[in-house]
Ligand binder design. Sequence first.
Ligand code: SD4
Length: 333
Amino acid sequence: MKRRNFIQKASLSTFGVVASASVVACNTDKEKNNVSSIVNSTSVEPIVIATWNVPNATAKAWEVLQNNGSSLDAVEQGCMIEEADVKNSSVGKGGAPDRDGNVTLDACIMDKDGNYGAVMCVQNITHVISLARKVMEETPHVILAGKGAENFGYDLGFKKENLLTESSKKAWEKWKETSDYKPVINIENHDTIGMLAIDHNGDISGACTTSGLSYKMAGRVGDSPIIGSGLFIDNEVGGATATGMGEEVLKTVGSFLIVELMRQGKTPQEACEEAVRRVVKKSGDRYKDFQVGFIALNKKGETGAYCIHEFFNYNVYKLGENKNYESLFYNQI
Ligand code: SD4
């Protein structure tokens, strides 16, 4: 086993904790020590957890919770930060296009009552997480795809925008020189945001938003908008969300699996580990070439995270014991 360095950076503030941790490898020998520390809490104070290092998004969600907002509003508004960030090439505006040069977005949201809404393959609308919420709240359906979803959005006043930025266009043009279709996910191509939150009432909601796999085939949909795969919430138990190679998460219905394992008594950490093991086992040798990571949160506010390979990180935003703001960084060398 490689040695790891732990670097802690702490700075003071008055109201919370941000933890960003790189969670390391599930080896086939199931080496326990290969998992980073997980931020655990038995309080039911509000809490936000999100895939990847998205401190602005978790801070926004936390702000909503601090103002007594619902966990549903928190995860929606948190995700919107990344959707609007053109530097995030895996989410919203500035997301990498498919191989034909079209940016197509997937998103879903799930509330404390088990309601769910999703959109898939949406072009020209930045805030697909809000569109997914509208599907949940204002239609008798749970999923809208493509043009139907877009037209539904325009009718509601969503702005029509070109989501392909100059820099993602340049990167796509460079990719076209070889058109090498090698789905490398979460090494150079990641940042899908999956977010889970508990509000002051102790209610859990979750959201997931992505532009999916870079240079994917036109029409390809990953796990992110699919209930039970990219996201699942059961307010009696907890929630889970996924990042990484969507095809593999879909085949194991990973987020639902994690919530069910928590229902049976596993901690969020144990449940994430089991789900990753399931993905690895089902994949034969292929797991060496793809990344999958899960985060989970239970009703007690305990969190868990696990992934196949290194270079997965996540943010937790919650009230620290001394009402301090701390930023933790775990690094593998
Ligand atoms: C997908 N799971 O479309 C997404 C991609 C992802 O970080 O998570 N990227 O397969």
